[in-house]
Design a protein around this ligand. Sequence first.
Ligand code: Q46
Ligand code: ZN
Ligand code: ZN
Length: 303
Amino acid sequence: MKCTVCRGPALIDLRRHNANFCAEHLAKFCRDQVERAIHDFDMLEQGARILIAVSGGKDSLALWDILNHLGYDTAGLYVGLGIGEYSDVSGRFVQKFASERGLELLEVDLRSEHGYDIPTAAELTRRSPCSSCGLSKRHLFDRAAIDGGYDALVTGHNLDDEAAVLFGNVMRWQMDYLARQRPVLPERDGLPRKVKPLVRLTERETAAYCVVTGIDYQVDECPMAAGNKHIAYKELLNEMEVASPGTKADFYLSFQRRAVHQLDGTLAEGRESLGTCDSCGAPSPSDICAFCRLKSTTARENR
Ligand code: Q46
Ligand code: ZN
Ligand code: ZN
């Protein structure tokens, strides 16, 4: 197998692009795909100051590395979720990545700063761990991006993630979720601009990027992910991709090109009702935001 660009030995084949790449050209391919997503979806101004939500996994660390290469002014934000050994190891990968490259890393620890961790929150609220976790991360990422005056909050959602979520939303025709499923959401009412520059790369590609550029990352999956329905959607989409390479990208990117703008009205309707939380001042559709409610539930039950 030869590299499509230099004809040297290739180490990965990308069937949907009908191409094989060596280490150097795979890294270039990944950076080019991110640059293209940023350009096509008008995500970021050149040299923008951005905050990257980093988990210690392959996607967020690959993205941080790529955005740095592309000349953005980057800082990372890691939220310690308190999911035992998994969180401890993830945090160490992030710290190592940042310190080796001299990059700025902000850290928030749920337990010491907000009095709870994700396993406790899941148990006390009787909600799925991912729902407490998702709302906690969203709140803390949004807040840090606004307080720090960053031009955008960037997350490492890749093509597999986005296609799986889109599949789930289509299966239930959740029009409000579909309307919001965009790679760029503009800043509004105290919420930062949010962008997803990895939407043109799959998780196999970001993992390969980490391997060829020497990025060490947390390879274990979160132990609380079991039962997450998106895992089944990813498997289904992967089966379709094997039968017909390019299906996944076509599904997601064609939705962005042809369909999502039909839902601009639905998006605007959903945005009218945001006020502010009486307790923390964050944008919220109710008097007390979901994060403050979660905090007070866990504080009450922890007593
Ligand atoms: S960290 Fe949190 Fe994920 Fe673990 S508990 Fe669920 S949402 S699976 S990205
Ligand atoms: Zn090559
Ligand atoms: Zn609040």
